[in-house]
Design a protein around this ligand. Structure first.
Ligand code: SAH
Length: 662
């Protein structure tokens, strides 16, 4: 037996709420009406699919999302009298009937009118009346209506329907010059003879056939009413009005952005690629201001703990010498070893030299790809302060040493049973260290934190490599959970001053529940932060149209400077590019309702990681997102350029304390 109730809830979460339908009344109605009663028996199992389905007489039952979107656009409060044109299966009427007190629905095809009546009766909708006939003339017997919705596309807004609206009433209808593609518009009767028209979305409906529709009157497509602004044009205008434009990063006025951070405790700063100079430079400007003006105490990056520990040592002028090895020497080296980063690191060091030791800004890594450097660091620490435990650690971590050159193969070997799992050893070692808190912490609290974090990293990385073979979702979630927990540990460690800045990719910081990731069951650090800290989190996303980027063609491949293709149609990037602004910051959380609504229709968004594959860009780098839910703030930089990587030989002759090592 199919569990329709479960499918229905899943449909509401993934197809409707995730795409920005907010009205609780609509979401509840969508959760309560059994859609399977309205689709033909042969396609019942697809009742909750994210698409329209065929019904009799070549007509369709609309996609669930579009029904929810249209009903939301009617802005019903409950208790209204509503008219629908195009009953079809009766499904949309059933949804309306949950919210409104009385629903009239007109259907021109006899067979469908009967069908809708039966389905509505099965679903127990007693307050709906199905009328057979041409609905383009409306239903004068019951007029005026609080709301009218038309489920078929006409050439223009039928005058009769406008006249049957109450003052303040809303009419939602697809209108288009062709029979198959339309714009969904909302007409609001603001006064007796005054109507306001808004474009809501691009849609595809079956044709509205009748006296004031297609094929009525003299059957030629009537001229469209005076040219309205297209949806794109309106969106561009609204973005243009709302944004704070800038010409270049160094001179951008970021005061409004800093104000909007308010008293958030965590600011997550994204990037749309791992190799764009401008994103790092903008982050540096924002972070410096947050540190200077708002008491932010630590920076956490999407980089590994022991590598960041070397930078931390440098910027905080810490006492214990860092290790000798080179920080951020593994693929993708350019991500953190670049001159933009060096500027920020040097700024931090100078900033810290003027403040008390225990108030200095810390720099930490949240990621877990450094299993072997972490092992080395723990051994180095234990050798010095507790040689006996060091011997035990050597033996336990020894379990992982055969896989040093390719830890991913360890995961496979452990899972297939060709090699024993090291889980017990690494978890045991973490417990052992944690238990020594009092004994060790007296040496130096910072070093103990360092050792425990490395032990946590190893335990998580061990699991990460095993989990990888179950599929990308579980390992992605494990990694983001780990990053989030590390951030929490740090916030507690620096309490009560633990205000944190995080630098990580948009895909980690932008709330996963607002993107395609959620339909794959993926979460991320942005989502976890919002869940734990609510409004105390401020998320800043980035985007660009074109230029160059530092990236590789494949994992472990060499860094190349590649051309970024101009953004594709239908993407947020294209929209922002078309504003013609070289750069801007845009408040999303605080944006006015209209702009939020406009931007909330899911659009494509580009994400370039350490790999960039322009040949398969659409499939490899674009995904669907709802921007105003993903981020609280957005930074647009139209043309961008690749980061400037630091080559190892350029570092020769640098002072010993140089953070990136030799
Ligand atoms: N609301 C429906 C969607 C049905 S598709 C649902 O949820 O299933 C649109 C319907 O509009 C079709 O059944 C079509 O026959 C009907 N239609 C088209 N022109 C019409 C008109 N002038 N009057 C009444 N119904 C019309």
């Amino acid at each position: 037996m199919t569990d329709f109730a479960a499918l229905r809830n899943e449909m509401v979460d993934r197809q409707i709420a995730a795409r920005g339908v907010r009205s609780l009344a609509v979401l509840d109605a969508m959760r309560s009406v059994p859609r399977e009663e309205f689709v033909p028996a042969g396609v019942r199992e697809f009742a909750y699919d994210d698409s329209p389905l065929p019904i009799a007489a070549d007509q369709t039952i609309s996609q669930p999302y579009i029904v929810a979107f249209m009903v939301e656009a009617l802005a019903l409060q409950g208790g209204e009298k509503v008219l629908e044109i195009g009953a079809g299966s009766g499904y949309a009427a059933a949804i309306l009937s949950v919210i409104a007190s009385r629903v009239y629905t007109i259907e021109r095809i006899h067979e469908l009118a009967e069908y809708a009546r039966d389905a509505l009766a099965r679903a127990g909708c007693a307050n709906v009346e199905v009328i057979e006939g041409d609905g383009t003339r409306g239903f004068p017997e019951q007029a005026p209506f609080d709301a009218i919705v038309v489920a078929a596309g006409g050439p223009e807004v039928p005058e009769s329907l406008k006249q049957q609206l109450k003052i303040g009433g809303r009419l939602v209808i697809p209108i288009g010059a062709s029979r198959s593609v339309q714009e969904l518009v909302r007409v609001t009767r603001v006064a007796e003879s005054e109507f306001e028209v808004e474009d809501l979305a691009d849609v595809r409906f079956v044709p509205l056939i009748g006296a004031e529709g297609w094929g009525g009157r003299d059957d030629k497509a009537p001229a469209r009413p005076a040219k309205r602004e297209s949806r794109e044009e309106r969106l561009q205008r609204r973005v243009d009005d709302a944004c704070d434009p800038f010409l270049d990063i160094e001179n951008a006025n970021i005061d409004p952005l800093i104000d909007r951070v308010g008293d958030a405790r965590i600011v997550l700063i994204g990037e749309a690629s791992h190799g764009t100079s401008e994103f790092y430079r903008f982050r540096t400007r924002v972070s410096a201001r947050l540190i200077e003006e708002k008491g932010f105490r630590l920076v956490g990056i999407e980089g590994d703990w022991p590598d960041a520990a070397r930078i931390d040592h440098y910027v905080r002028h810490l006492r214990y010498p860092p290790s000798e090895w080179t920080a951020f020497a593994r693929f993708p080296t350019w991500m953190w070893r670049n001159s933009e980063m060096r500027e920020f690191v040097d700024w931090l060091r100078i900033h810290n030299s003027n403040i008390a030791e225990d108030e200095r800004i810390a720099f930490h890594g949240l990621d877990l790809y450094s299993m072997y450097s972490s092992i080395r660091e723990i051994l180095r620490y234990l050798d010095e302060i507790d040689p006996e435990t060091a011997a035990i650690a050597r033996q336990r971590y020894g379990c992982l040493t055969p896989w040093q050159s390719d830890p991913a193969t360890y995961g496979r070997a452990a899972l297939t049973g060709t090699y024993r799992s090291c889980e017990k050893d690494v978890v045991g070692m973490l417990k052992e260290l944690a238990n020594k808190h009092w004994q060790y912490a007296s040496h130096d609290g910072e070093r103990f934190l360092d050792a425990v974090q490395n032990a946590r990293l190893i335990a998580n990385a061990e699991r990460y490599y095993r989990t990888m073979y179950y599929g990308s979702r579980s390992s992605w979630n494990l990694r983001d959970n780990y990053m989030f927990e590390t951030l929490q540990t740090l916030i507690e460690h620096y309490a009560p001053h633990g205000k944190a800045i995080v630098w990580a990719h948009n895909s980690h910081v932008g709330d996963a529940s607002a993107t395609e990731m959620s339909s794959r069951g993926e979460l991320n650090i942005g989502h976890l932060c919002r869940r734990a800290y609510g409004d105390g989190v401020h998320i800043i996303g980035f985007g660009t149209d074109s230029g160059t980027v530092a990236a590789a063609s494949e994992w472990d491949g060499p860094m190349q400077v590649m051309n970024v293709r101009p953004a594709i149609a239908g993407s947020y990037e294209r929209l922002f590019h078309e504003t013609g602004q070289p750069g801007f910051t845009l408040a999303l959380r605080g944006a006015d309702r209209e702009l939020r609504l406009d931007l909330s229709r899911p659009m494509l968004q580009r994400a370039i990681g350490v790999i960039y594959r322009p040949e398969t860009e659409l499939a490899s780098h674009y995904f669907q997102a709802v921007l105003p839910q993903q981020f609280d703030e957005y930074v647009w930089i139209d043309r961008t350029s690749a980061v400037d990587p630091i080559k190892t030989h350029e570092l020769a002759g640098m002072p010993d304390t140089y953070p990136f090592g030799l």
